[in-house]
Design a protein around this ligand. Structure first.
Ligand code: ADP
Ligand code: MG
Length: 192
């Protein structure tokens, strides 16, 4: 079985909830990359317009290499908004991309009291499959899995994730394709 499970996706889709359940189920250690970046100050600046930190990818990469080396062979569940070149590739590394209906996502992000602009930016990222695309680009289709979390309980998502991991088939190609359901212009008018 995979020893490094990346749980990725747009902010608000339910990564933390699923990643913690997966860590508990597998006995793997849980690592939240966003928290690591903040704690170790692995960012170059704060982007005021986007209301988010800009990751220093080179330093994050080095920190992760050291982290992997120091902890040896135990399993790991890593939560991250996206998979970039900062992620060292490891044997047995897979990514589960959590997807969520953009309208459901928008209402969750409104609950976080984020500015409209930041909500729209993330809804748009979900609409265009950004996290999925980045994961496929970095890891290749055989190491990437996709789960649509819309209207599913955390327990069911854990069950689906464990099923996909043990089947080891790789990306099933069922891209959530929100663009077939929603017109981005209409959606942006509702959110902005
Ligand atoms: P992320 O880590 O991707 O930003 P979280 O796990 O923090 O997302 O979840 C965002 C919000 O959605 C939280 O309020 C959480 O309780 C809720 N949530 C997460 N998973 C589900 C689910 N399967 N069904 C309903 N609500 C969920
Ligand atoms: Mg989270």
């Amino acid at each position: 079985m995979a020893k490094t499970i990346i749980v990725t996706g747009t902010p608000g889709v339910g990564k933390t909830v699923l990643a913690r359940l997966l860590a508990k189920q597998t006995g793997f250690q849980f690592l939240n990359l966003g928290e690591l970046v903040k704690k170790e100050r692995l960012y170059s600046r704060f982007d005021g317009l986007r209301q988010s930190y800009v990751i220093d990818e080179r330093r994050l990469h080095k920190t992760l290499i050291d982290f992997f080396a120091a902890r040896g062979e135990g399993g790991l569940v890593i939560e991250t908004n996206w998979v970039g070149k900062f992620m060292p590739k490891k044997r047995g590394m897979i990514a589960i991309v959590v997807r969520l209906d953009p309208v459901v996502l928008a209402s969750r992000l409104r609950g976080r009291r984020w500015p409209k602009r930041k909500i729209w930016e993330n809804v748009e990222a979900e609409l265009i499959d950004l996290s999925l695309y980045e994961s496929l680009k970095r890891l290749g289709a055989r190491r990437v899995y996709e789960i649509d979390a819309t209207r599913k309980r955390p327990g069911q998502l854990l069950h689906e994730a464990m099923g996909l991991i043990s089947a080891r088939k790789g990306w099933n190609g069922i891209a959530a394709s929100w663009l077939q359901r929603y017109d981005p212009i209409e959606l942006s008018r509702k959110i902005l």
